[in-house]
Design a protein around this ligand. Structure first.
Ligand SMILES: [Zn+2]
Length: 470
């Protein structure tokens, strides 16, 4: 069978790690790239953020995106630099959010490169150049042509039909099914993208597929189930109610895209249901303010609860409790804001950004509450707070931690082990070849074992550059 088809898929990232997602699908007639994400944080990630020789020499017909996160879109500007002329297909929300995320990425790179180059210049080392510039990002954004709608199949290249369904991971996120014709044979290949958990705020639950020949599946949390959202929401509510009683200021370090909108949604739930009287929620991040605008401009993608909440909030929102503070001056004035209030600022792991100022100002005060709502990597300031540090260093100063620090673990935008297994359960009767990606060994190894036990399928665990054939 193998000799009769040329169809093959090369794994160009997220193989044994959670970043750098990229797959090249090739048939005799067509070449399509699914996602082209940036490697972030892993060993040697800088060296891996390149257009590999295999891609550089390939004429691409189209690019398909599952969703807007940097680890799925972050290398796209490299394609433009290499002269890519084709379309980038994505949902409208992914197009808008990817533009925001890529522009921010170019800015961060420019800043980082300048900072590192100052040291390198002083040490007489050759200077670095950023991976790409803002103008490469603008060129990229111009290639987002066809806007993809869920469940409306289209043909991105000769002999290939693509169908997007909602993946429930962030606004506009998709899983993609490709029906591929090659030399008289037809193959169905599914790319899960990142799969959301059931019940994630704002977005709909992930949609599954019925059959496939090959499934590329994420395995981020293949080793565990996340804490149930309703338990986390009960903790969330208790913290907010306590803040009202104590008139405290709640500091929330949050990623600008996704998590910030999720937290505002849960505040809306409390305020608009009449459970609590609205108090100011400061959105102290220019990027989160932009992302929130993009979210609001795609109400067609909201789930039923979010649609109902928008309606319920119409009246209460008239009180304007969500207050954007885009400028640095407005941000600084928040030092004088009285409680109860909630201040949400980046960065999500407290390594940089405006929340460092808020933490320096608030950590030493027992009436401050810090609410950690996202993953904190080893070595980050956020992680030190989660681990109960009594003193931390911010801007070179030591700051005693007297604030109450709460860690909420159930806001994940990824499906846990049980949900991943049941997602695959719909496809399993068609006995596909299952390729586990987007997961470290600790996630994908146990998931592979469970897939074998439950469905009798031996999953493939590729390394970077591996080629998958039907
Ligand atoms: Zn993602």
């Amino acid at each position: 069978m193998r000799a009769s088809s040329n169809m093959k898929i090369t794994v160009h990232g997220a193989a044994g790690e959670v970043t750098g997602s990229a797959y090249l699908v090739e048939t005799e007639r067509a070449r399509v790239l699914v996602d082209f994400g940036m490697f972030q944080g892993g060993p040697g990630h800088d060296a891996k953020n390149v257009l590999s020789a295999g891609l550089l020499s390939t004429h691409l017909d189209a690019v398909l995106l599952t969703h807007a996160h940097l680890d799925h879109v972050g290398r796209l500007p490299l394609l433009m630099k290499a002269g890519y002329e084709g379309d980038i297909h994505a949902t409208g929300a992914t197009r808008d959010l990817a533009g925001l995320i890529l522009r921010d990425s170019a800015k961060v790179q420019a800043y980082d490169t300048e900072r590192r180059n100052r040291k390198r210049a002083a040490a007489g080392k050759p200077l670095l150049t950023p991976l790409y510039l803002p103008e490469d990002v603008e060129k990229t954004v111009q290639h987002f042509h066809g806007i993809v709608e869920f469940d409306r199949p289209f043909s991105p290249a000769a002999g290939i039909t693509a169908r997007y369904v909602d993946a429930g991971h962030m606004l506009g996120s998709a899983s993609i099914e490709l029906t591929i014709q090659d030399k008289g044979k037809t193959w169905v290949v599914v790319f899960s993208g990142d799969i959301g958990p059931t019940g994630l705020a704002i977005v709909r639950d992930p949609v599954t597929f019925k059959r496939a020949d090959i499934v590329f599946m994420e395995s981020t949390y293949g080793d565990r189930d996340n804490k149930p959202l309703r338990e986390t929401l009960a903790e969330f509510r208790a913290i907010i109610e306590d803040a009202v009683k104590q008139k405290s200021r709640v500091l929330v370090p949050a990623f600008a895209v996704g998590r910030s909108q999720q937290i505002i949604y849960h505040m809306d739930e409390l305020f608009c249901s009449g459970a609590l009287n609205p108090f100011p929620v400061y959105l102290d991040s220019p990027m989160a303010i932009e992302a929130s605008k993009i979210y609001r401009s795609h109400p067609d993608l909201f789930d039923e609860e979010a649609t109902a909440l928008v309606r319920a909030c119409e009246v209460v929102r008239g009180q304007h409790y969500v207050i954007p503070t885009p400028t640095p001056e407005e941000s600084m004035r928040l030092n004088d804001a009285t409680g109860p209030c909630l201040i949400m600022a980046g960065s999500g792991m407290c390594n940089a950004g405006r929340n460092l100022h808020h933490l320096r100002h608030g950590l030493s005060k027992p009436e401050t509450a810090v609410m950690i709502v996202g993953y904190q990597a080893e070595g980050s300031l956020g992680r030190q707070l989660v681990d109960g540090a009594k003193e931390v260093r911010i801007f070179g100063e030591s700051v005693p931690v007297k604030a109450q620090v709460h860690t909420l673990n159930g806001f994940s935008a990824h499906a846990g082990q049980t949900a991943l297994l049941s997602w695959l359960g719909h496809l399993a009767p068609s006995k596909p070849q299952v390729v586990l990606t987007h997961g470290e060994a600790r996630g994908r190894d146990p998931l592979a074992e469970l897939i074998r036990k439950h469905y009798g399928i031996r999953a493939v665990l590729p390394v970077q550059g591996d080629i998958i054939r039907p």
